[in-house]
Design a protein around this ligand. Structure first.
Ligand code: NAD
Length: 494
């Protein structure tokens, strides 16, 4: 597939002929897409187009903007199978998850379409007679959206739908690992009737195109999802510019398994959390903190179950876990496995690349489990972003919560227990933006805010609900309307 930039309603090449390729991580002999390695001039053109389109888009009533998103939802639904297969070929996750990625985009398009008829502000009484007080939402203007590769349809759709419904125009920079999935989403929005210039896409490197875009003088706000390294760099740069920035970054999520947990349920949850998407979710469970009374039994169960997971091409029905996204990430995961061994953790499952049979040409790693991990080891503290799980022993709920909270991240956490007091305490004391009770760390739904604490993000959640994305993609304007025909002084005329 040949991907082009999308600027002012047209699919165009970059200023130079240079391209990059996205490969199928399950078989790197297959090129999924070639995309333009854009230059700063291309970003300038995209920002200019978004600026010019802003006044008209802003003045289109929000319910009408919603109708366009609704059509996009219908088109995404129509194309779900094709798009899901593309996600799997380009990113590697198993087909069920590829389709789930698209489903999130569908859900978000319909949800944000409905927001077009709400978009609430507040109307409150005035302390003075013949005076109205209200707040309303205004768009920022042109927003830059920068996205990672692990949810190549869902995360761009989260951001684009929320930004558009609020009346912003967009310049979108997708991950270089997944330009084809990004282009397919933009094509759908184009077909749904998003006017020329309202949504623009520029492909290229993060350090060059992404950073230039985020700091561009024509950009009013930036939403970034990706690594802490890049996100924190942007926080530094944009903080100095007083430019609104939402960051969603890394995680080191944990599941607590108490001695009174239903172990078979916990087992399924831990496997799903640790090895779903090959551990490449920001909410992936990379630590399991197990009560000492069930530690041996539970790690045994985990080890046997992990060894039974079938690794391979995500398009095959027989596959439980797909590949790692690219060579750099593949090497990073193997390096962390070496670090775990050097730190004295006990490797009880996996730990090696998978190269046999159909896996010869892909970036496959066995589902890997370390036992006897202590909370301060690097494998228990740092984000690995691969199929590597650390099992840590605890002797009480208090200790378990302390261990879970001992990392600089705070995205998602979970507890398995049949004791209602334990789960209530965990809900209260776990320091993360999302807490699951008797469910895994993954599986957020789009009608509630999604976001991390501390190093996991800036605290401007994505998705829906009160405190969700609309609060970032709009800014509040307060209006006082005095129809008394005389000077009234708040606080003084009392
Ligand atoms: P990444 O930071 O390498 O890239 C993310 C995006 O940022 C890409 O489009 C990239 O080109 C761009 N980029 C890179 N450097 C940049 C810079 N200096 N300025 C502007 N843009 C830049 O991350 P990745 O490898 O694509 O994704 C994996 C990371 O994303 C993991 O850390 C994961 O936890 C995180 N993630 C977080 C969430 C969340 O909601 N918290 C969701 C998904 C992924």
């Amino acid at each position: 597939m040949q991907v082009r930039n999308f600027i002012n309603g047209k699919w165009v090449g970059a200023s130079i002929e240079k391209k990059f390729v996205s490969l199928n991580p399950a078989d790197t002999r297959q090129i999924v897409a070639e995309a333009p390695l854009s230059l700063r001039e291309d970003v300038d053109r995209a920002v200019k187009s978004a600026r010019e389109a802003f006044p008209t888009w802003h003045s289109l009533p929000a319910p009408r903007r919603g109708e366009i998103l609704f059509r996009a939802g219908e088109l995404l639904l129509r194309e779900k199978r094709k798009l899901g297969e593309l996600v799997t070929r380009e990113m590697g996750k198993v087909l069920g998850e590829g389709l789930g990625d698209v489903q999130e985009a569908i859900d978000m398009a319909f949800y944000m379409a409905g927001e077009g008829r709400r978009m609430q502000g507040e109307t409150v009484p005035s302390e003075l007679p013949d005076k109205d007080c209200k707040s309303l939402r205004e768009p920022h203007g042109v927003v830059a959206l920068i996205t990672p590769w692990n949810f190549p349809t869902a995360i761009p759709a989260w951001k684009i739908c929320a930004a558009l419904i609020c009346g912003n125009t967009v310049v979108f920079k997708p991950s270089s690992d997944t330009p084809a999935s990004a282009a397919a989403l933009v094509q759908i929005l184009e077909e749904a009737g998003v006017p020329a210039g309202v949504l623009n896409m520029v492909c290229g490197s993060g350090a060059e195109v992404g950073e230039y875009l985020a700091t561009h003088e024509g950009i009013d706000a930036v939403s970034f999802t990706g690594s802490c390294a890049a996100g924190e760099r942007l926080e530094g740069l944009l903080g100095r510019m007083h430019r609104p920035l939402a960051t969603e970054m890394g995680g080191k999520n944990a599941i607590i398994v108490m001695d009174d947990a239903e172990l078979s349920l916990a087992l399924e949850g831990v496997l799903w959390g640790a090895f779903g998407t090959s551990g490449q979710r920001c909410t992936a469970a990379s630590r399991v903190v197990v009560h000492e009374k069930v530690y041996e039994a539970f790690t045994d169960m985990l080890t046997r179950a992990a060894a039974g997971l079938r690794v391979g091409d995500g398009l095959l029905e027989t596959t439980d876990m797909g590949p790692i996204i690219n060579e750099q990430q593949f090497n990073k995961v193997l390096e962390y496995i070496r670090i775990g061994c050097d730190e004295g953790a006990l490797l009880v499952a996996g730990g090696r690349p998978v190269t046999a049979g159909d896996c010869t040409h892909g970036f496959f790693i066995e589902p890997t489990i370390f036992a006897n991990v202590t909370p301060t080891m690097r494998i228990a503290q740092e984000e690995i972003f691969g199929p590597v799980l650390s099992a840590i022993r605890c002797s009480s709920l208090d200790e378990a919560i302390r261990i879970v909270n001992s990392v600089p991240f705070g995205l998602s956490s979970a507890i398995y227990s049949r004791n209602v007091n334990s789960t209530a305490k965990a809900e209260h004391d776990l320091k993360s933006g999302i807490v699951y009770v008797n469910a895994s760390t993954i599986g957020a739904e789009i009608q509630l805010p999604f976001g991390g604490w501390m190093h996991s993000g800036s605290g401007h959640p994505e998705a829906g609900g009160r405190g969700g994305a609309l609060d970032f993609y709009s800014r509040i304007k307060v209006v006082y309307r005095d129809y008394s025909g005389r000077l009234q002084k708040a606080q003084i005329d009392r």
